[in-house]
Design a protein around this ligand. Structure first.
Ligand code: FES
Length: 144
């Protein structure tokens, strides 16, 4: 089996939703201190719906493919639905990632959560802190 699925290669070569959103309603940025990769997510939110989402990823191919897929998966969804997106769902949608690349998909999940948290904070939305528990741990890299 090839190391990377066709979907991973497709999203790596033709990433969707690359860029920035001016006046974004929420911006999230997370990084992995071990590999040094950084992911930034911009959300445009209207009435609780994610109308637009863009990303900038300074990282490996798997991180780019994960960001691309994750942005596609949350576009048009509610903010609450976006919070439920797991790195596992992103990995499955990509038809899998090699084990040592799973942490790259974690960056996508956490970047989205971080952007939603920013949106909540800016709009004084009350939330249970435990939703964002582990956001800082997300930067821990399990690569050896
Ligand atoms: Fe760092 Fe993929 S995100 S190696």
């Amino acid at each position: 089996m090839a190391l990377y699925s066709e979907k991973v290669m497709d999203h790596f070569k033709n990433p969707r939703n690359v860029g920035i959103i001016e006046n974004a309603d929420g911006i999230g940025e997370v990084g992995n201190p071990v590999c040094g990769d950084i992911m930034k997510i911009y959300l445009k939110i209207d009435n609780g719906i994610i109308k637009d989402v863009k990303f900038e990823t300074f990282g490996c191919g798997s991180a780019i493919a994960s960001s691309s897929m994750a942005t596609e998966m949350i576009k048009g969804k509610t903010v609450e639905e976006a919070l439920l997106l797991t790195n596992k769902a992103v990995t499955e949608a990509l038809d899998g990632l090699p084990a040592h690349k799973i942490h790259c998909s974690v960056l996508a999940e956490e970047a989205i959560k971080s952007a939603v948290k920013d949106y909540y904070d800016k709009n004084n939305v009350a939330y249970d802190n435990s939703i964002f528990k582990g956001l800082d741990n997300a930067t821990a890299c399990h690569r050896h």
